[in-house]
Write a protein that binds this ligand. Structure first.
Ligand SMILES: C[S@@+](CC[C@H](N)C(=O)[O-])C[C@H]1O[C@@H](n2cnc3c(N)ncnc32)[C@H](O)[C@@H]1O
Length: 427
């Protein structure tokens, strides 16, 4: 009988490779101590999927014949354990994968013998397996969507080797960053030099759950923190956070502009409820409204002197945190860019003269940020670029104009998530 950890991993792999779905944030919630093994194994299978499949293919009787997903999943799981998880015995790596392959939902029972034979052979050669897999081209693991995201991240030019260097960086398991909200930082968290208030976890330190639960701080990637470290000296009295859940940026905005009245919109009811709850726990006052931001803005007279539009996006900049990203369907981009424009149109209509708009996405793709900026630059002469970020963060070329009005930290010189943003002021 396979362990719950391996069953969870097999389910998650079926979700990604069978349905093109994401791995839910709480996929390993019930696993207790086994969660660590499950996380490591799932991460390895997702990050090395292409190479694991390429290793298997020439060993099949008929390499050109399609292999059922259940067989691909169980072989990948067995091989990943043998190659990269030295704490797992040969017996556990092989037998549990063979058992999984006999499961009608998670494996493909007619291939039980094949899975058994291939994994036993790999176990005999276990010392060499990781080298054999690592010698295969890393590009096998990324597919066209990730290839495009990497090029966009390094645009407009990349030097030889930079794509591979960036891909290698994104394959490292992510290290969470935190934001100090009150009091002292707990043990195990150290300041990030270039960003006041930003903390990162020391290697091997326990995840600071009690500190987070006491609202002493929050998990917030350093790119989000740098984005909100904008310089803006005009008075800010009415803030709109147009796409607010789960509320990390609402919290930071409230602390940056004490006394300002904040309206936080969120379309998803579950996420809006969570937003309300987290803001309350942190003692942040904001008017949370569950609504489509464009519809709400169109039906309202309210105006704002600071609008943050942290828009729904492809998430291409979150590749490191979401190793399944390269394997998602990616057929949603036209809908997303249309929605982003709709939200931008509605938000800019409600910006007061002299007010600041910050539009942001956790994506490197140009059509989710740079194209919108160009379009607004032409369509809205009343909006001017606002230089609010330090030039040292940006990678903007001359063609992109004032780099301090365009936020795009260089992905090889900056450890945070891939983020793009622009800032505009209404004249
Ligand atoms: C990138 S996340 C925002 C993250 C948030 N600003 C933070 O820092 O915690 C985008 C959010 O926009 C919400 N959203 C998507 N479409 C929306 C719409 N039409 N109106 C309002 N919110 C929307 C999504 O449900 C999601 O919670």
């Amino acid at each position: 009988m396979p362990t719950p950890a391996r069953i969870h991993v097999a389910h998650a792999l079926h979700e990604v490779f069978g349905e093109g779905g994401r791995v839910p944030d709480i996929w390993d919630r019930d696993l207790g101590e086994d969660a660590q093994l499950a996380q490591a194994l799932l991460g390895l299978c997702l990050r090395r999927w292409g190479r694991l499949q390429a290793w298997v293919k020439p060993k099949l009787k008929d390499p050109d014949r399609g292999v059922p997903l259940g067989t691909r999943v169980t072989l990948a799981m067995g091989l990943a354990q043998l190659a990269w998880l030295p704490g797992v015995s040969d017996h556990a790596a092989v037998n549990e994968s063979v058992d999984l392959s006999a499961d009608r939902d998670l494996g493909f029972p007619p291939h039980k013998g094949l899975v058994n034979a291939l994994l036993r052979r790999a176990a005999k050669n276990r010392a060499d397996l990781a080298d054999e897999l690592d010698a295969l081209p890393p590009a096998l693991d990324r597919g066209p969507a990730a290839e495009r995201a990497l090029k966009a991240a390094l645009a407009p030019h990349h030097a030889e080797g930079e794509i591979e260097a960036l891909w290698a960086r994104l394959q490292q398991p992510p290290r969470p960053d935190f934001r100090l909200l009150k009091g002292e930082a707990p043990e195990g968290l150290v300041p990030v030099a270039e960003l006041p208030g930003c903390l990162c976890l020391v290697d091997g330190a326990p995840f600071p759950r009690p500190w987070l639960e006491s609202a002493g701080g929050l998990v917030q990637d350093r790119s989000s923190q740098a984005l909100l470290a904008y310089t803006w000296t005009r008075p800010v009295v009415r803030i709109l956070d147009a796409c607010a859940a789960p509320g990390g940026k609402t919290t930071t905005l409230a602390l940056r502009h004490p006394g300002a009245v904040i309206t936080a919109l969120e379309v998803n009811p579950r996420r809006a409820a969570r937003l309300r709850q987290t803001l309350q726990q942190r003692g942040i006052e904001a008017r949370v409204i569950q609504a489509d931001a464009a519809e709400w803005l169109e039906g309202n007279e309210a105006t704002f002197d600071l609008i943050l539009l942290d828009a729904p996006c492809s998430g291409s900049g979150t590749l490191q945190k979401h190793p399944e990203w390269p394997w998602l369907k990616h057929d949603d981009l036209p809908r997303l860019t249309g929605l982003q424009r709709r939200l931008l149109t509605a938000a800019t209509e409600r910006l007061d003269p002299g007010g600041l708009l910050i539009y942001a996405v956790c994506s490197w793709l140009p059509e989710e940020c740079g194209s919108h900026r160009e379009w607004l630059g032409q369509a809205r002469p009343d909006l001017r670029p606002a230089g609010v970020w330090p030039a040292s963060l940006g990678t903007a070329s001359d063609a992109e104009g004032d780099s301090t009005a365009f936020f795009r930290p260089h992905p090889l010189r900056w450890e945070g998530e891939g983020f793009q943003a622009f800032a505009m002021v209404r004249t």
